[in-house]
Design a protein around this ligand. Sequence first.
Ligand code: NAD
Length: 495
Amino acid sequence: MSMKYQNHIHGEWVDALSGETFENRNPANWNEVVGTFPDSAKPDVEAAVKSAREAFDKWRLTPAPARGDILRRVGDIMAERKEEIAKNMTREMGKVLDETRGDVQEGIDTAYYAATEGRRMFGHTVPSELPNKFNMSIRLPIGVAGIITPWNFPMAIPTWKIFPALVCGNCVVFKPASDTPLTAATFVEILLEAGVPPKVLNLVHGGGNGVGIPLVTHPDVNLISFTGSTGVGKSISKSASETLKRVSLELGGKNAQIVMDDGDLDLALEGVLWGAFGTTGQRCTATSRLILHEKIHDQFMGMLVSAAQKLKLGDGLKPESQVGPLINEDQQKTVQEYVEIGKSEGAKLVTGGNVYSEGDCAKGWFHEPTIFSEVTPEMRIAKEEIFGPVLSVLRVGSYEEAVKVLNNSPYGLSSSIYTNDVNRGFQAMRDIEAGITYINGPTIGAEAHMPFGGVKETGNGHREGGWEVYEFYTETKTVFVDYSGKLQRAQIDNY
Ligand code: NAD
């Protein structure tokens, strides 16, 4: 039976003011309605921002370690409910259960990290240039944080943003992706149960136009943290500049794995299968380009194609499934369009290429794992983010050429190189243009306590995760205490 869910505004669970709703369906079986959610609009956003603004004065004065303690309880509850949350996540967005469990675990790890960060939030103390004067910098909350998230990590990404926002003393208006509202609703429930004061955290379901734009343009929202596509990120950057908001953008990728002639081919094979076809290729860090040294190209292609053909597609709730469905019909069409583009550009389709609808997959948005070889750097399938199980393979003759091909991308999120030459490994750390580089590992696999983000059109320079994200959610205040009892003029009296 499908459940009806609500927004959370002003400490209450409420429908959209218009009464409109939308359905959330299972991408592995489009007949299954997972839930019905409010299709909200500007007036709902205005109410949520008002609530967050009202709650700010009290929340900012709650000691940071006490705010952190609440997040520790959030982590505990998430751990208790991990299996149930993972199963519901698979139902609403399709990735296989092992991966949805990992998504929840990343949220738990992020909670425990955030809990202790409430006891750090370091400032600096620095000598003054004048006698009897004390200089320091302290970190203060900013105000109301607008949080806009994509559907592919329905728990991990909201936790990356909302935990640091809260522990730093900000209030939150959360707009989750409309493909994954159930995980978002559960997440908010848990935060409230753990003790986040009701008005501090507000949840507004709905689409980008109805909820996203009003949130980004609202004058009382002080900052926006957005993860999603580069196109939407650019439009947010423009519209947020009208009110001079602080904006963190985590956007698309076209990540590549290099395999050198001295790399461990079995290891590199496991890496690329996991990187390219895990989450059905729908990760911002998915491996969508494979750059092979010519000396191992043919051998590796043989290994790769036969392994890719053995991958088992199916409903992610079934233990034997390795590759789940795409998120929706539009994404399936996009993948099919890119298969046609690849063929028309002259790349060689070596496996896959079709929608998959055998047996239990007949009512889901499945697509075969697909590999193109003989791809050249100027082809669209080598440049554009496809966000599906499509891998483009390029052939190179040297390390220098491999790095040049890898860097020939508008994006710069994750990257990987398989080599047993330690010198090459260190050169790659230096030469590859990306926010993340793995040596002898696939392009995917973030850890909660490490900075996460990309260069070029993958973002605007901020990082999620680890210690760096806490900078984004705080304002630095510089404080001078003059205990000399007289006027002391900096730059003048001492020189
Ligand atoms: P999307 O850009 O379509 O949507 C992301 C969110 O923005 C959703 O909540 C959506 O409703 C909202 N939105 C849409 N239009 C908006 C607008 N004009 N103003 C404000 N909000 C708006 O992305 P998606 O399809 O949900 O996710 C896939 C994309 O996200 C891919 O490009 C992927 O690479 C990227 N992604 C990046 C990272 C990262 O950390 N770099 C992580 C995961 C996903």
